[in-house]
Write a protein that binds this ligand. Structure first.
Ligand code: AMP
Length: 416
C-alpha cells in the first residue's frame, strides 16, 4: 500500500511511525511532514488545507490511502476532494467535520441525538452572553464557535474575564460547568460501524496542577486505571452510536476518527467536545500501545469494512507522553532554539525544523512529545520523564505532573 499522510506535528510523527510499521505499507509519503517524520517517510511540500493541491499530490503519487492528521484540512473539505477523485481517504467530509468545526453545530447534533452534554446557549452579542453567564453561574465556560486549536475556550470564576472573551470572539457557546475528571475516547468509524480505542487523559493547561492558560495539550496517558468499569461501553451506547445515527440521518455519515472529550460527572459521562481527528498528544500514547497494523485499520474504516476487520490488539501496560514546549508557549512561543537528544526512541518531533546548517531547531510551540510505554502507568511515566531528561533546548518547559495523580490514585469520579 502507498500511503500519503497529511500534517506536520507530534500526532503525525506518531501516525507516521505506526503507518510505516504496518507490513502492508511499502511506501509512506508525508506532506509536509517534519524532520522526525523524514526518518520513515518521503516528505513533500503541500498546502494541506488546499483541497486542489492535496488532490493533485495524491493523484501524482498514485496513493492507495490518504490519512489526514489535523482538523483544518478536514473542515476545508480535503477528504471530500480526495474521495471525489476516487482515492481512498481516512477522515470525515467537511459536513461531518462540522462536529468539530462548529461548537454550535455539535450541540445541535447532540440535542437531536439525545447525547448527554452540558446545557448551553449560543450567544451572538454581549447582551445574550451576559444573560447566559447569569443563567449558568460560575465557573463560567465560554467557547469561540469556530476552530481555535484548543485555545478558544475560557473557563473562569471571573465574570468580567468571561464577558471579555465572549466580546472578543463574536459568536460563542456559553455553557454549564461540568465537574468531574476528563477523559478522551477515540472511535474509528466507517459511517456505520464504530471501534473504540483506549480511553486516555490529556492535560490542557500549561502549568502543573492545571494552572495557567489552555494549550493544545501538554501531555497524555492511556489507559485510565481509575476509569469506571463499563465506561467505554457506556460512551459507545449513549454517545457514539446515537451521534453516528444522527449523522447518517442527516445524510452526512461520519467516517474517520471521532474524538469524544468527556467529563465524568456524578450524573454519568457528558460530552465536553467532539473533534474530528486524533487528539494531539493522545494519539502518541494510543499508537504506542496499538499493535493492530494501522494502515490496514484506517483503510478498512475508509472503505466501509470495519465490521469485518479483526478485533484490535493492544500491547499490555500503559503509555505516557510529555510535551516539551518552547519558551513563551502558549502566548508567544520562541522559535529557532537548537534541540538535542531527539535520537532516543520515543522522542517524537512536533514543532521542529532543520536550519540551513543542518541543526535541528524549534519551529513551533509544542516542540517534542517524549513518549514511552511501561508494564504499568508508573513505569511508563518514569520512562517518559527519562526521555525528557535526555533532551535539551534553551527555554524548554514541560509539566512535571503528567499522569501523576493517576499513578498516586488521586483521581475519582464523583458519585451522585
Ligand atoms: P474544549 O476545547 O471544548 O475541549 O475545551 C477545552 C477545555 O476546557 C476542556 O478540556 C475542559 O478542560 C474545559 N472545558 C470545556 N468545557 C467545559 C465544561 N462545560 N465544563 C468544564 N470544563 C470545560
Amino acid at each position: 500500500m502507498r500511503v500519503l499522510l497529511l500534517g506536520s506535528g507530534g500526532r503525525e510523527h506518531a501516525l507516521a511511525l505506526a503507518l510505516a510499521a504496518d507490513p502492508a505499507v511499502d511506501q509512506l509519503i508525508a506532506a509536509p511532514g517534519n524532520p522526525g517524520i523524514a526518518a520513515v517517510a518521503q516528505l513533500r511540500p503541500v498546502a494541506i488545507t488546499d483541497p486542489a493541491a492535496v488532490t493533485a499530490l495524491a493523484t501524482e503519487l498514485n496513493v492507495d490511502l490518504v490519512v489526514v492528521g489535523p482538523e483544518a484540512p478536514l473542515v476545508a473539505g480535503v477528504a471530500d476532494a480526495v474521495r471525489a477523485k476516487g482515492i481512498v481517504c481516512f477522515g470525515p467530509s467537511a459536513d461531518a467535520a462540522r462536529l468539530e468545526g462548529s461548537k454550535a453545530f455539535a450541540k445541535e447534533v447532540m440535542a437531536a441525538a439525545g447525547v448527554p452534554t452540558a446545557r448551553s446557549r449560543v450567544c451572538c452579542d454581549v447582551t445574550a452572553a451576559e444573560a447566559a453567564l447569569t443563567e449558568f453561574g460560575p465557573p463560567y465556560v465560554v467557547k469561540a464557535d469556530g476552530l481555535a486549536a484548543g485555545k478558544g475556550v475560557v473557563v473562569t470564576e471571573d465574570r468580567d474575564a468571561a464577558l471579555a472573551h465572549a466580546a472578543a470572539c463574536g459568536d460563542v457557546v456559553i455553557e454549564e460547568y461540568l465537574a468531574g475528571p476528563e477523559a478522551s475516547l477515540f472511535v474509528i468509524c466507517d459511517g456505520t460501524t464504530a471501534v473504540p480505542l483506549l480511553p486516555a487523559q490529556d492535560f490542557k493547561r500549561v502549568g502543573d496542577g492545571d494552572t495557567g492558560p489552555n494549550t493544545g495539550g501538554m501531555g497524555a496517558y492511556a489507559p485510565l486505571p481509575w476509569a469506571p468499569p463499563g465506561l467505554v461501553d457506556d460512551v459507545m451506547a449513549r454517545v457514539v452510536e446515537p451521534t453516528l445515527a444522527e449523522m447518517r440521518r442527516r445524510g452526512t455519515p461520519y467516517t474517520g476518527v471521532l474524538y469524544v472529550g468527556l467529563a465524568l460527572t456524578a450524573a454519568g459521562p457528558k460530552v465536553i467536545e467532539f473533534n474530528c481527528r486524533f487528539g494531539d498528544p493522545e494519539a502518541q500514547v494510543e499508537l504506542a500501545l496499538l499493535e493492530t497494523p494501522l494502515a490496514q485499520l484506517l483503510h478498512a474504516a475508509a472503505t466501509g469494512h470495519l465490521a469485518t476487520a479483526p478485533p484490535l490488539r493492544w500491547r499490555p501496560g500503559a503509555a505516557v507522553t510529555v510535551i516539551v514546549a518552547a519558551e513563551g508557549y502558549p502566548a508567544a512561543p520562541r522559535t529557532g532554539d537548537v534541540i538535542s537528544g531527539v535520537d532516543q526512541p520515543g522522542v517524537l518531533q512536533a514543532g521542529t525544523a532543520r536550519r540551513e546548517d543542518g541543526a535541528l531547531v524549534s519551529a513551533g510551540g509544542r516542540v517534542l512529545a517524549c513518549t514511552a510505554t511501561g508494564a504499568d502507568l508508573a513505569s511508563a511515566r518514569s520512562a517518559a520523564y527519562a526521555l525528557v531528561d535526555g533532551v535539551s533546548m534553551a527555554g524548554a518547559h514541560y509539566r512535571s505532573d503528567i499522569a501523576l495523580a493517576a499513578v498516586e490514585g488521586r483521581i475519582s469520579v464523583p458519585s451522585s
